[in-house]
Design a protein around this ligand. Sequence first.
Ligand code: F0G
Length: 469
Amino acid sequence: MSEHEPRTTGQQFGRRSWAEPWKIKMVEPLAVTTREQREAALEGAGYNTFLLRSEDVYIDLLTDSGTSAMSDRQWAGMMLGDEAYAGSRNFYALERAVFEHYGYQHLIPTHQGRGAEHLLSRVAIRPGQWVPGNMYFTTTRLHQELAGATFEDVIIDEAHDPADLHPFKGNVDLAKLRALFERVGPENVAYVSLAGTVNMAGGQPVSMANARDVHALAQEHGVKVYLDATRMVENALFIQEREDGYADRSIAEILLEFCSHTDGGWISAKKDSLVNIGGWLAVNDQELFEELRNQVVIFEGLHTYGGLAGRDMEAMAIGTRESVQDEHVRARVGQVRYLGELLSSWDIPMVQPIGGHAIFLDARRFYEHLPQDRFPAQTLAAELYLDSGIRSMERGIVSAGRDAAGEHKRPKLELTRLTIPRRVYTQAHMDVTAEAVKAVWDAREQARGLTMTYEPKYLRFFQARFEPL
Ligand code: F0G
């Protein structure tokens, strides 16, 4: 490892090393660029990693969404696509897989997660209502707001502190939830929006006990709980590792039990379910299902395909089953942890404990000299790309957007996310990534920050442009 520490092994961290439970059958060459090429590419992209062309990227840690490698079984399943407009065989295979692993009765496929969020928000929210949730997610909150709701963050305070070591930093603060019911009246709460391994908090899990308590409290007030199950498989691993009574339970058992504490859920299948496109929404209530089934034909497609090809649904059904295998989840989260432990051993500041899908570098502590208005997390993503061609993403003030008065929302967390695609990169790629982060950390005092030169109205982080100061 060049000028840094010697190569790290699992034994150094007090455990046996693990290896990926797959081997590589097909490869995709990576682009290697020069610093000059990267400078030109980044300038052309307005210093926003979302606007880079992927051909200019070496290791792509922008997101774990839709970037997984499918298995040979999934590719074989693609050949079994039943491309009938209505009643495709693959829809029923997916319905069965979702019922067996998530336990929900009625399934609506959607083109991806936000398609499901759109439908649920339209049907389950009356304008003027509140939606409490364990920290916001960008698209989820926007659909809730577009349907006329006000989002209220009811996550525990520990989630807003990157250094706090609470084992379930995704938990809902029951006192905050109860206070909301009392303040606005439960009839004005559309539903509780509960998310597994909370993305914006750093991939932090929710405990089984908390899910049970949230459901009980909501039921007491006649309010439903809907689960963003996008990364629930990873949440199940944390429960297995950290919660009393679950060490001997399988991921599949834990997942099913967790979902039983909710009234329905949705998923971006582009994450846990190991596909490149797809999502679903599933509920137990027949009446709600009928409304959703009616809405899906307006916005996505017929209720047996929801904007997807039959082959996509088949790959999703197979991916759902592969995603709950203990070996798979352990290796997936283990790879994230490997990178995190390496960086921690060099005292690089990040959200702790290490989350399920990504390392979230603490840009406030990286660039203590940069105020939030200079976009420290955006700056860090830009610097990391310039150093090495590694693509990460901002999760701070740019992602948070503006409030009703037009002011920046100022999240406590100012983070740069290194997101690990599933089954795509090897441990050697993690070593290279860690060394690049270390080089940027060592040069941290030279960073000047950015200024925003273009800002779109919605979800500005995707398309905003910046210039260096
Ligand atoms: N919920 C969560 C927790 C997510 O992380 C995402 C997407 C969505 C919903 C929306 O799903 O993208 O399929 O429409 N997250 C991606 C990310 C974009 O990079 O974290 P989608």
